[in-house]
Design a protein around this ligand. Structure first.
Ligand code: N01
Length: 509
């Protein structure tokens, strides 16, 4: 009997049962942009024996978690889509968070993925028994699988700063990725810690409705002015009536996005034009003293570039203050800086970013011969081409460690990674094999990635950022999407250990 869609896939199946199934039994971890993609692609293959385990109560990853005022994506909307599901309906040039969430939900629904998702299922462990995986969730449920695909996202776990006294604050406080809509900010005194993309978007969105906002800025960020605008009705109609026009627009934006992504690892001269746009834009800050405090002392692109048009005016409102003094502690009434000043506030917002290096952890992974992920990753998160891990057979990842970074659209990256993983899955299914990368090849590849990234502006630009790992080396591959597509065009099977496992993934009928 086929597995029930949406039901736990935990039965110990016999070889006969497996041969009747439509493809290997697969567990996907996470129902964000990558996990939904994996589900769609498996269904396209006609493989329906999969479940997507999602720890939250709905899908959407980043776009479910980030609902703060002003949340939007700074990659043009018409390219922030799956290549096979263009969207003629975007209302603005840069899509707002809720519209993006609706898009991904809608695509998942149209492609029949919703019924495969089980919610409230935080994966705690995955253990390989020599043939198959057993995946266990936080409610004690177990799922057995021939293949596990981790699509757990990267900027996922909010990072709260280690500031003394946080718990003593008498007002309301929350992280931008855990925005509390039950708390009104209207007319309130706001403390906003952090000046990255989230902090800038929040400030620009709420400055007009609060009594006062103090943004605690440890390091200024370069802000690239990008102007948002509504997509006029006639253009949306044209997109709807002409799929080729919509496709052409997608392609043009993709080319633009690729060239922008590449700026992170171009020479300083190559980046000069963008640097000038950013420094010229700062001249819009009229008060020279404020302008000086908002001017970074590192290279543009070293930290993830912040993009906004409205911020330049909003930050100059009389009810906005930029506080550059270091925070000493948090007290019941507000934030105390090291100059002794107490900045009183009613609501404290942490726009302090994410733990960008957790990857699939805290999930515990035990692979062949009892080798754990902690052992394989004891020095660095060792992967082969970001999609597979030595000693972890038939375990694949999307947007895993060392995936390309920068400002490029993540969708193109995960689609490219999927096309590669898909080729390995074909072999798993047709030959009933276990596939894991060779450790020496993974080490070689990771060394190449780190060498490449060490020449990028992330490493040489003179700043600290979440791009850097604990060794101070960028944890992202400095390649463009076309380069990634080329390198992942076809797996080099000699870089993998492929062995038969008679109990595993019997050839698909
Ligand atoms: O987080 P961040 P984010 N005391 O890590 C400060 C994506 N994103 O949520 O720079 C005081 O960039 C920290 O200061 P410093 C995008 O990829 C995209 O804003 O470390 N300050 C910094 O200012 C982005 O890059 C969109 O000195 C402290 C801030 O907190 C990524 O998410 C929108 C502190 C953290 O900035 C993360 O952005 C939003 C402390 N103890 C997010 N600790 C798009 O539109 C930290 N900070 C695409």
């Amino acid at each position: 009997m086929d597995a029930q869609v949406g039901q736990p896939l935990k039965a110990e199946s016999s070889r006969n049962e497996m041969s009747r199934r439509t493809g290997p039994r697969i567990v996907i971890i996470g129902a964000g942009v990558s996990g939904i993609l994996a589900g769609i692609k498996l269904r396209e293959r006609g493989w329906n024996d999969f479940v997507i385990l999602e720890r939250a109560e709905t899908l959407g990853g980043t776009w479910r978690d980030n609902v703060y005022p002003g949340v939007a994506y700074d990659v043009p909307a018409h390219v922030y889509v799956y290549s096979f599901a263009p969207n003629p309906a975007w209302k603005t040039r840069y899509a707002k968070g809720p519209d993006i969430w609706r898009y991904y939900h809608d695509v998942a629904r149209r492609h029949g993925v919703l019924g495969h998702i089980e919610y409230g299922k935080g994966v705690e462990s995955a253990v390989f028994d020599g043939a198959r995986w057993t995946v266990t969730t936080n409610d004690g449920e177990s799922y057995d699988a021939d293949v596990v695909i981790a699509a757990a996202g990267r900027l996922r776990d909010p990072k709260l700063p280690d500031i003394p006294g946080k718990e003593t604050f008498a007002g309301s406080s929350f992280h931008t990725a855990r925005w509390d809509n039950g708390i009104s900010i209207k007319g309130k005194r706001i403390g906003l810690i952090g000046a990255g993309s989230s902090g800038v978007q929040v400030l620009a969105a709420i400055a007009g409705e609060v009594a006062h906002i103090k943004q605690f800025q440890r390091t200024p960020q370069w802000v690239f002015p990008v102007e948002d605008a509504p997509v006029p009705w006639w253009k949306r109609l044209a997109f709807r009536l002409s799929p080729s026009y919509l496709r052409q627009t997608y392609q043009q934006l993709l080319d633009f996005s690729n060239s922008r992504g590449a700026l992170a690892f171009e020479t300083k001269e190559g980046r000069a034009e963008r640097d000038k746009v950013c420094s010229d834009a700062l001249l819009r800050i009229r008060d020279p003293e404020l302008r000086a405090r908002l001017t970074p002392d590192y290279d543009v692109g070293c930290k993830r570039l912040v993009m906004s048009e409205t911020w330049f005016e909003e930050v100059q409102r009389p009810n906005v203050s930029i506080v550059s003094e270091r925070i000493e502690k948090i007290e019941p009434q507000g934030v105390r800086t090291i100059d002794g000043a107490l900045h009183e506030c009613d609501v404290l917002i942490y726009a302090t970013g994410f733990d960008a290096h957790a990857y699939i952890r805290p999930m515990e992974l035990t692979g062949e011969d009892g080798i754990t992920l902690d052992e394989v990753w004891s020095e660095l998160p060792l992967t082969y081409r970001s999609v597979s891990i030595p000693h972890m057979p038939n375990f694949f990842m999307l947007n895993g460690p060392s995936s390309p970074g920068g400002s490029a659209s993540i969708v193109g990256i995960v689609e490219t990674q999927w096309a590669y993983v898909d080729q390995l899955l074909s072999q798993v299914a047709s030959e009933g094999v276990l596939i894991a990368p060779r450790e020496d090849k993974a080490r070689e590849w990771l060394a190449e990635v780190r060498e490449r990234a060490s020449n990028s502006v992330w490493a040489t630009g003179g700043c600290q950022s979440w791009y850097l790992d604990h060794t101070g080396t960028p944890a992202y591959d400095a390649v463009t999407l076309p380069e990634l597509q080329q390198s992942l065009a076809a797996p080099k099977m000699e870089d993998f250990e492929v062995r038969q496992a008679s109990q595993v993934a019997s050839p698909v009928q």
